[in-house]
Design a protein around this ligand. Structure first.
Ligand SMILES: Cc1ncc(COP(=O)(O)OP(=O)(O)O)c(N)n1
Ligand SMILES: Cc1ncsc1CCOP(=O)(O)O
Ligand SMILES: [Mg+2]
Length: 208
């Protein structure tokens, strides 16, 4: 797998949010440190996911920024995305790897070392680990695991650990010290009044 960007921007399709405007602001700032994950609401149609993914891919292509698709691997394949991300309610990691092929980037969610080790053995190329901190972006999440939970996973696997859940630039140093390779964010960029500046702050914290 080519080297993975450290800042994973996850699209926010909630009412009032503008995922493509946020992406346009982030791309020229983060450039090769960026990975974009297309994530739509569960009740979005496949056509909506496909249309958004196509537009994201078109914006990312000039920067060489990889685009992943959350959950809907058929959409990832249909648009020619670099890969996908799966969690506990999605295809098992091994099945996802078979669907996407050996060369794809495949992320898997894990919040503790045993599940993390199993996901890597099944073919995950990176792990999304969290929620690290409290967040209102997704409902029904288990309790935050904090930097110590991230450390437990990072010590158990050799693939990049991407910390997720309530991550801001201020929380990045502790997550990196715990072994996180990078972070995935929704609200830190989508909820910012200045997403270009928020991107610069996150990239600065991730690469210093
Ligand atoms: C990088 C990253 N980590 C974790 C997740 C969460 O995936 P999942 O647990 O399947 O939850 P949904 O995002 O599908 O609601 C992620 N998307 N990305
Ligand atoms: C999809 C998901 N999975 C765990 S936390 C989370 C949401 C992350 O969003 P935010 O960065 O706004 O806390
Ligand atoms: Mg999922």
């Amino acid at each position: 797998m080519p080297s993975l960007g450290r800042l994973h921007l996850i699209t926010d399709t909630r009412p009032g949010r503008d995922p493509l405007a946020v992406l346009r602001a982030a791309l020229p700032v983060a450039r090769t440190e960026l990975v974009v994950q297309v994530r739509v609401d569960d009740d979005a149609t496949d056509r909506q996911a496909y249309d958004l993914a196509r537009r994201v891919l078109a914006l990312c292509a000039p920067y060489g920024v990889p685009c992943l698709v959350n959950d809907r691997l058929h959409v990832a394949l249909a648009v020619g995305a670099a890969g996908g991300h799966v969690g506990a309610d999605d295809l098992p990691v091994g099945a996802a790897r078979r669907v996407l092929g050996a060369a794809a980037v495949l992320g898997a969610t894990a919040r503790e070392p045993v599940a993390a080790t199993e996901a890597v053995a099944a073919g995950a190329s990176y792990l999304g680990v969290g929620p690290c901190h409290a967040t209102t972006t997704k409902v029904g999440l288990p309790a935050p695991i904090g930097p110590d939970g991230v450390r437990a996973v990072a010590e158990a696997v050799a693939v990049p650990v991407i910390a997720i859940g309530g991550v801001t630039a201020a929380s990045v140093p502790a997550l990196r010290a715990a072994g996180a390779y990078g972070v995935a964010v929704v609200g830190a960029l989508s909820g910012s009044t200045d997403p270009a500046r928020a991107t610069a702050e996150l990239v600065g914290a991730l690469t210093c």
